[in-house]
Design a protein around this ligand. Structure first.
Ligand SMILES: *[C@@H]1O[C@H](CO)[C@@H](O)[C@H](O)[C@H]1NC(C)=O
Ligand SMILES: *[C@@H]1O[C@H](CO)[C@@H](O)[C@H](O)[C@H]1NC(C)=O
Ligand SMILES: *[C@@H]1O[C@H](CO)[C@@H](O)[C@H](O)[C@H]1NC(C)=O
Ligand SMILES: *[C@@H]1O[C@H](CO)[C@@H](O)[C@H](O)[C@H]1NC(C)=O
Ligand SMILES: *[C@@H]1O[C@H](CO)[C@@H](O)[C@H](O)[C@H]1NC(C)=O
Ligand SMILES: *[C@@H]1O[C@H](CO)[C@@H](O)[C@H](O)[C@H]1NC(C)=O
Length: 251
């Protein structure tokens, strides 16, 4: 038997497993000898040239080492385990949600705890049109949540579209699949800004109202004065007084 032609192990294995917490398990087929890992492993079955283990409770990326001997030579096989967390709970916020045509607003998309972050893309959408995409570098440690923000200017037609955020975790290059999740749709309330030409009309209307108000107050005042004069009989008193004076002079 040729010393290295023994069991034709694959050079490396990249195992992807979903990890919504500890406790997920997968099977590793390793031909003879020993699988070295701190994880809980259970020998499922074995043959003359292989052993099958169930490895459980993986919660982070790690490397598994498998030692085996081939024609008396100790050999080592390395397996890289990549843990992934698909995006869930994608949240989009539009701030402010009421905005005048031509004024700025901010789209902010957040998605908690996605791994691996460098496989994540966040797309900010208006209807089916992509306004902005954001990718992430390898960050250490991974942040609690991935965020994409985009500043835009409100257009008149924006009120006819739903804004949304699409999170995509693409693991195809790593032998996995594509996971995506989209936020609830958000609508932007767009209103017409106050035109400069409307300003004089508003000023005129306010002036007329003010004039009417002042005029009515003055009228009220004048009427109440006349009414009081009639009641208190000012003229009568004055006339008597004049008469009295005349009478006094005549004496
Ligand atoms: C390891 O896994 C086996 C089978 O799943 C289980 O019976 C055992 O309790 C586990 N050991 C530990 C330390 O959790
Ligand atoms: C699973 O892993 C966590 C930490 O990674 C550890 O605290 C816990 O004891 C492990 N459970 C089992 C059953 O191995
Ligand atoms: C496995 O991981 C080690 C170190 O973490 C790295 O050097 C090696 O290139 C990786 N292998 C593959 C196939 O990704
Ligand atoms: C986007 O939607 C419009 C209608 O709202 C449609 O005409 C167009 O084909 C769509 N484009 C894509 C790329 O889906
Ligand atoms: C968006 O605008 C806000 C202020 O309105 C600013 O603080 C922020 O840095 C801007 N973000 C981007 C991505 O340009
Ligand atoms: C926006 O989303 C809401 C809720 O999903 C839906 O009822 C409405 O038809 C959508 N509007 C457009 C323009 O896509």
């Amino acid at each position: 038997m040729a010393p290295f032609g023994c069991w034709g192990l694959p050079a490396t294995l990249l195992v992807l497993l979903c990890c919504p917490g500890a406790g997920e398990a997968f099977e590793v087929y390793i031909r003879p000898e020993t699988l070295v890992t701190s994880l809980n492993k259970t020998l499922l079955a074995q043959g003359p040239q292989w052993k099958s283990y169930l490895v459980s409770n993986i919660s982070q990326n790690m490397v598994l080492y498998c030692y085996f001997s081939c024609s008396g030579n100790l050999q080592l096989e390395v397996l890289n385990i990549t843990v992934y967390k698909p995006p869930k709970q994608v949240t989009l916020k539009l701030q402010p949600s009421w905005v005048a045509v031509g004024k700025p607003f901010t789209m902010e998309c957040t998605v908690p705890a996605v791994e691996p972050l460098e496989s994540l893309t966040l797309s900010l959408l208006r209807g089916n049109e992509t306004l902005h995409t954001q990718t992430f570098g390898r960050e250490n440690p991974a942040p609690q949540e991935a965020t994409a923000t985009f500043n835009s200017t409100a257009h008149r037609e924006d009120k006819h579209y739903n804004f949304s955020c699409l999170a995509t975790l693409d693991l195809e290059s790593r032998g996995g699949s594509v996971f995506s999740s989209v936020s609830d749709p958000q609508m932007l309330k767009v209103y017409e800004p106050m035109q400069d030409s409307q300003m004089p009309i508003i000023i005129a209307a306010v002036s007329v109202l003010l004039f009417l108000f002042v005029a009515s107050i003055l009228l009220c005042f004048a009427f109440s004065q006349r009414w009081r004069q009639r009641r208190t009989g000012t003229y009568g008193v004055r006339a008597s007084w004049v008469r009295l004076q005349r009478a006094f002079r005549a004496q």
